[in-house]
Design a protein around this ligand. Structure first.
Ligand code: C2O
Length: 534
């Protein structure tokens, strides 16, 4: 294994999209940002230099960061931000992971433009568990706002209302032609007839789950969140913000141009966003000007398509890549995740939207939780996060009116190597929505999911403990629940939050603190000397 060096210069770059220009925060002037290439077991040294006027931090989404929480990146959770003019070297080893992950800014809403893919190849000489593709291509799906993204969320926080949706979806930074800016280009993917390609798809959008499909072609899913899956064929991929999906695509149709799209999926009664990013799959020898075979986006609320896709996901669970599902459980937790309304005198409607887990809307501290944990600084957090909702109610019905949202910087403490079963129960109370929940520092197994209220007597014995999908981000269905299991084998402080950025902002987040073990290599490493100060 190698040590690989990268340099991320965070700079403003004037960028034109949708026929208008604005300066955006970028890494090395690129949008999407540069792809990081590495192999399993390599060590990465990524020097991030902050040349913009914002505080900054970068998260390496899905990298386990075994004992190196200092390099995880969420601002005020594992590090203080890198201040303007300062720099920090993220130093970590990729242990036992290979596949597609990604990186993004983890402070404010900067990840709208500060993100890119991480491609981790298997160790030298180790093949994929599927036929080697002719070539590979990264596809980063994103969102674009014509206005300043920080202004969008600040305005929403002031008014107490939901923020404006983006003006376009993008595929590798390109929306494709849209009606009020027909000159806007789209991304083109050239292919040769008969060849098979691996597409590494990342959903970097701030607030939208997405459908992805290619006209006239089937896709074979082989990996999600850097974990191999049992291959299956689908014409539509469903991907939440935070997730990654690798598919094989064979150019097995008549030569021509085929459109491929990313369009929003939202399991909500009202359609508030119907924009679609359009790109082109172009067979070699086809003229750009020749006819393009189109594909229609699924209806925005096509829940059945989404459910069919997620229900098809299984870990490969082969001899070489076994699914190590925890069978004996030390902590059995039930977390409600959802939105609520709290009074607010200065807001437009006299109320503001909030979000919480078990009725706690998380308050960001002023100093990094990991430092407070490591140096035993008191008064920064408490470790009394409730393992159950404060009162039992019909979670998918009406929330009791006397249940006001509380606030706090409360963590849940786990002993080293203890095992956790966590049922995430959506409270679809004000706006039913899927919540893509992301856990830092771990992969987890998705052992069950269903609609309505979780009922342990009925649901628990139907769990898949053999080959459940293993991943780092999972969509909790609107008006339903998802059960995950993981082993707390990574000491440190680990953030868990909804990857819809607006919900995180409203407080749908918490953190686990995992104590050191007693054995060798079971404790958090000491902080690097250049760790930013608050
Ligand atoms: Cu991809 Cu805490 O985030």
């Amino acid at each position: 294994c190698l040590v690989r060096h990268y340099k991320f210069n965070v700079v403003l770059k004037n960028t034109t999209k949708l026929c208008s220009s604005k300066p955006i925060v970028t890494v090395n002037g690129e949008f999407p940002g540069p792809t990081i290439y590495a192999r399993e077991d390599d060590t990465l040294l990524i020097k991030v230099v902050n040349h913009v006027q914002y505080n900054l931090s970068i998260h390496w989404h899905g990298i386990r960061q075994l004992r190196t929480g200092w390099a995880d990146g969420p601002a005020y959770i594992t590090q203080c931000p890198i201040q303007p003019g300062q720099q920090y070297v993220y130093n970590y080893t990729i242990t036992g992971q290979r596949g597609t992950l990604w990186w993004h800014a983890h402070i404010l809403w900067l990840r709208a433009t500060v993100h890119g893919a991480i491609v981790i190849l298997p160790k030298r000489g180790v093949p994929y568990p599927f036929p080697k593709p002719h070539s590979e291509k990264v596809l980063v799906l994103g969102e674009w706002w014509k206005s300043d993204v920080e202004a969008v969320i600040n305005e929403a926080l002031k008014s107490g209302l939901a923020p404006n949706v983006s003006d376009a979806h993008t595929i590798n930074g390109q929306p494709g032609p849209i009606s009020n800016c027909p000159s806007q280009g789209g991304f083109t993917l050239p292919v040769q007839p008969g060849q098979t390609y691996m597409l590494r798809i990342v959903n970097a959008a701030l607030n939208e789950e997405l459908f992805f499909k290619i006209a006239g072609h089937q896709l074979t899913v082989v990996e999600v969140d850097a974990v191999y899956t049992k291959p299956f064929k689908t014409d539509t991929v469903v991907i939440t913000p935070g997730q990654t999906t690798n598919v094989l695509l064979t150019a097995d149709q008549n030569a021509g141009n085929y459109s491929f799209i990313a369009s929003p999926f939202m399991d909500a009664p009202i359609a508030i966003d119907n924009k679609t990013a359009i790109a082109t799959l172009q067979y070699s020898g086809t003229l750009a000007s020749s006819r393009t075979i189109l594909t229609a986006p699924p209806p925005q609320n096509a829940t059945s398509i989404a459910r069919k896709f997620t229900n098809s996901l299984r870990s490969l669970n082969s001899k070489k890549y076994p699914a190590r599902v925890p069978l004996k459980i030390d902590h059995s937790l039930l977390f409600t995740v959802g939105l609520g309304i709290n009074p607010c005198k200065t807001c437009v409607n006299g109320s503001r939207v909030v979000a919480d887990i078990n009725n706690v809307s998380f308050v960001m501290p002023n100093t990094a939780l990991l430092q407070a944990h490591f140096f035993n600084i008191s008064g920064v957090f408490t470790d009394d996060f409730p393992g159950r909702p404060p009162v039992q109610f019909n979670y998918t019905g009406t929330r009791p009116i006397n249940l006001a949202t509380t606030t706090g910087t409360r963590l849940y403490r786990l002993a080293y190597n203890s095992t956790v079963q966590l049922v995430l129960q959506d409270t679809g109370l004000i706006a039913p929505e899927n919540h893509p929940i992301h856990l830092h520092g771990f992969n987890f197994f998705v052992v069950g999911t269903g609609l309505g209220n979780f009922n342990s007597n009925r649901d628990q014995n139907k769990f898949n403990l053999v080959d459940p999908i293993e991943r780092n981000t999972v969509g909790v269905p609107s008006g339903g629940w998802t059960a995950i299991r993981f082993r707390a084998d990574n000491p440190g402080v680990w953030f868990m939050h909804c990857h819809l950025e607006v919900h995180t902002t409203w407080g749908l987040k918490m953190a686990f603190v995992v104590d050191d073990g007693k054995g060798p290599n079971q404790s958090l490493l000491p902080p690097p000397t250049d760790l930013p100060k608050c």
